[in-house]
Design a protein around this ligand. Structure first.
Ligand SMILES: Nc1ncnc2c1ncn2[C@@H]1O[C@H](COP(=O)(O)OP(=O)(O)O)[C@@H](O)[C@H]1O
Ligand SMILES: [Mg+2]
Length: 360
């Protein structure tokens, strides 16, 4: 820690020395600096630009980052470039590609959502509570879907605790090319994480609107697929819980379905119920419940009974398994590290059901 931490005034002055190419004004004066956070040796903000102009502003974002890094004592800098949501008058590109089975009762999305280009289905993995294995399921289910020959991506939108980099062993800022971020490639998956965009991933920096802006950016400005080779399924690892951040995220994300992960404990189950109600509210079908860490410690069968009460499918249970944890810690999802193992077979069953209902 330096003797004197950078001040907010220094940060604003540095940002105003960078010019908005359209108005010629400094960035702050031009209204391009939103949600500015200055904390100790860190600073970050969101630069929201008109839809379609992110390519124009990518160099400006880089210049802003460079200007902030040049401030003495500044260690970590994060500028998230994001496009404004299309105006409400524009027809929202909603889930027109979804199969009838998934989409038939879907009410109109209350907020216009941007569907990522060349992505056929978007699947959310959610939980009412943290630590229940949501990310473990997201990554291994993605690997199991890929093992079916599908083209699969994972978007780690868990602004509270992004774990995709650790679980898959990827690191480094994504490359920005033609106005689009290139996902990392590992284990046959296309990967993007809020944890790759910035080192400063504190909940403090990723509050409310900033969180959903960052997620919208990762969703719509990542080259998930191309016209010739679309992505079949994008698995989105949502932040745990059922609060405002989650609500905004699921409203803004064009989800074709959600899988809820729960442990057998009653506490976690009550949270799983709340997660299901949240998805119902916004018209996203819950494709099913997965019981994780099933076994002696927490009991067994709670999620299956709960799925019955909620009227949603039970997708299966995953036992407590040290190998699953170790593989995650080592940066290699167990399903790809041991594709013929018992755990991979369980995930294959879940993947088959999910692929079936998603129609991929
Ligand atoms: N079935 C399981 N058996 C053993 N360890 C597990 C299992 N599922 C998850 N874990 C471990 O529990 C911890 C929390 O899991 P994680 O997927 O990060 O949860 P969340 O994303 O819900 O916070 C991780 O260390 C993970 O490796
Ligand atoms: Mg997680």
């Amino acid at each position: 820690m330096p003797d004197r931490a950078p001040t907010r005034e220094q940060v604003i002055a540095a940002l105003d020395a960078v010019r908005d190419p359209k108005t010629g004004q400094g960035l702050v004066a031009a209204g391009l600096v939103q949600g500015l956070t200055v904390a100790d040796d860190r600073a970050g903000f969101v630069m929201e630009v008109p839809a379609g102009e992110t390519a124009l502003y990518a160099p400006v974002r880089d210049a802003a980052e460079a200007a902030l890094k040049a401030i003495p004592g500044m260690a970590r800098v994060s500028v998230v470039l994001t496009a404004e949501t299309a105006p409400a008058s524009k027809p929202a590109r909603t889930a027109s590609l979804s199969p009838q089975a998934v989409n038939q009762n879907r009410p109109k999305a209350p907020v216009p959502t941007d569907r990522p280009a060349h992505v056929r289905r978007v699947l959310a993995i959610a939980s009412g509570k943290g630590g229940v294995g949501k990310s473990t399921v997201a990554v291994n289910l993605a690997a199991a879907l890929a093992a079916r020959g599908l083209s699969v991506g994972v978007l780690d939108a868990d602004v509270y605790g992004p774990s995709l980099p650790t679980m898959t062993g990827v690191s480094g800022k994504p490359e920005y090319r033609d106005g689009m971020m290139q996902p990392h490639l590992a284990h046959g998956l296309k990967l993007m994480s809020v944890g790759l965009l910035t080192a400063a991933t504190d909940a403090m920096i990723w509050r409310g609107p900033m969180a959903s802006q960052a997620v919208t950016q990762m969703l719509t400005q990542t080259r998930w697929g191309t016209e010739a080779e679309p992505l079949d399924v994008l698995v989105v690892d949502l932040p745990p819980g059922t609060g405002d951040v989650q609500l905004t995220l699921i409203q803004k994300t064009p989800l074709d379905g959600a899988v809820i992960v729960s442990t057998p404990q009653e506490v976690a189950l009550a949270d799983a119920r709340r997660a299901h109600v949240l998805f119902q509210k916004v018209g996203v079908p819950t494709l099913g419940l997965i019981e994780n860490m099933s076994g002696d410690v927490f009991g067994q069968g709670g999620a299956e009974a709960e799925a019955g009460r909620l009227g949603v499918p039970f997708l299966g249970d995953l036992p407590l398994d040290a190998a699953l944890r170790e593989a995650g810690d080592a940066g290699r999802p167990l399903v790809s590290a041991d594709p013929d193992g018992a755990m991979a077979r369980r995930f294959a069953v879940v993947a088959a059901r999910v692929a079936d209902v998603l129609g991929v």
